[in-house]
Ligand binder design. Structure first.
Ligand SMILES: [Zn+2]
Length: 331
């Protein structure tokens, strides 16, 4: 399917911003994994629950079993309801499903919360909540369920960079935040991890978490990297400055230097909260992946949300799906 946009979304919801959904919408929500497919829920008698229209439900549908059961004296019917939203990405929200999906669309497009609030007629509080849920989704999709980068014959440039300087803001001292990152030169796939320390233990653990053995790793002369050739990597050290190329090895770290510039530009310049830092970085990685792999951001995001908010048991991650979580740059 061609990339989703607001017009296509609006059309998918039959041009209704709230109220009962239609079958086409339900089918798309199931394809994204945001609601279960029929046959997932069973009633206590073991019958598969079906999506049934229900005028009392805001979304127009509920999971229902009304199968006849043979009783001792007379036949009775199952009478089981489960809310369409139970344990899904939409649970605990009173926003219409259209508005939630539209929020996700505008959010992955990197619009500011002020713009999103205005476009969707939602409050500041609702927008902050949903922004936080969306950050959780990309954090889970990009960091918790990470795809390692590198591998045999691949080059990964690594580096640390400090975000923000020490400054005084409304009487508080605001410290900068160190971020450790790496980028696969061939694909631009990257990882970014905030770190409190830049010692060998901290950085080596992240390297092993994120970079496949056998990778050609290029770094600067920071002492924490001294061990890399003993840890299964082919390690080159180069002088750190833009457009520098080692005359003997031809190695350089221009890719990661470029990455830092892009990440720093993409971070919200105001209200940047340390608590949200992981989420910002994960969002950057997510956008970069979608751009590099030319995948549709919204459907990739919604599938990640469906995986995180899975009302049923954890299902194995399909290989084909993993491919989509490669990494963009949002400027
Ligand atoms: Zn039943």
């Amino acid at each position: 399917m061609a990339n989703l946009n607001l017009i296509k979304l609006y059309d998918l919801f039959d041009c209704k911003i709230d109220g009962p959904l239609n079958e086409r919408t339900l089918q798309s929500l199931q394809e994204w994994g945001l609601i279960p497919r029929e046959g997932t829920y069973l009633c206590p008698e073991g019958h598969p629950l079906k999506l049934k229209q229900c005028a009392q439900s805001v979304d127009g549908y509920v999971w229902r079993c009304t199968t006849a059961i043979k009783g001792k004296k007379k036949n009775v019917r199952c009478d089981v309801y489960i809310s369409l939203r139970k344990d899904t990405f939409f649970a605990k929200s009173r926003l219409s499903i259209f508005k939630i999906v539209a929020f996700a669309y505008l959010w992955v497009k990197n619009l500011t919360l002020d713009v999103i609030m205005e476009e969707l007629s939602i409050s500041n509080h609702t927008a902050s909540d949903w922004s936080s849920f969306c950050r959780e989704v990309v954090y889970d999709g990009m960091v918790v369920n990470k795809n390692k980068i590198g591998g045999l014959g691949k080059v990964v440039e690594i580096d640390e960079s400090k975000f923000g300087r020490r400054k005084y803001h409304r009487g508080h001292r605001v410290e900068g935040q160190w971020v450790f990152g790496g980028v696969e030169r061939e694909t631009n796939r990257c990882f970014l991890v905030p770190v409190e320390k830049r010692d060998k233990e901290t950085l080596l653990k992240i390297i092993k978490d994120w970079i496949l053995p056998g990778t050609i790793v290029v770094s600067d002369f920071w002492k924490a990297y001294d061990c890399l050739s003993e840890e299964g990597y082919i390690h080159f050290r180069v002088n750190h400055s833009i457009d520098f190329k080692d005359p003997d090895t031809e190695q350089h770290t221009n890719t990661i230097e470029g990455l830092w510039r892009h990440v720093k530009c993409s971070m919200p310049q105001y209200h940047r909260k340390k608590l949200f830092f992981n989420g910002y970085l994960a969002k950057f990685m997510f956008n970069r992946n979608c751009k590099n792999c030319d995948t549709d951001r919204l459907s990739t995001f919604l599938k990640m949300a469906g995986r995180l908010y899975n009302p049923c048991s954890i299902k194995p991650v399909e290989e084909e799906e993993q491919e989509e979580y490669e990494i963009e740059i949002s400027l």
